[in-house]
Design a protein. Structure first.
Length: 73
């Protein structure tokens, strides 16, 4: 799960597997795979970074790797 900030300044967690699209219009709008939309304070770029970190951690856990092992390849 990734931690996001709603427009009313409340934090919530979202499963990134449910994200279909992220747009900045200038508000950041997340469209979910079910068609529902969420407007958040986070920038699109920061959400992408959160997703990348989430995936890294997920795959490290699945493969049983530590951060040092990942760096060594």
């Amino acid at each position: 799960m990734i931690k996001l900030l709603s427009m009313d300044k409340r934090t919530f967690y979202l499963n990134p597997d449910l994200i279909y699209r992220i747009e900045e219009t200038p508000d950041t709008i997340i469209t979910l795979t079910n068609g529902r939309t969420l407007v958040v304070e986070n920038s699109a770029a920061s959400i992408v970074e959160l997703i990348i970190e989430y995936r890294k951690k997920t795959y490290q856990d699945i493969l049983g790797l530590t951060s040092e092992q990942e760096k060594r390849g």
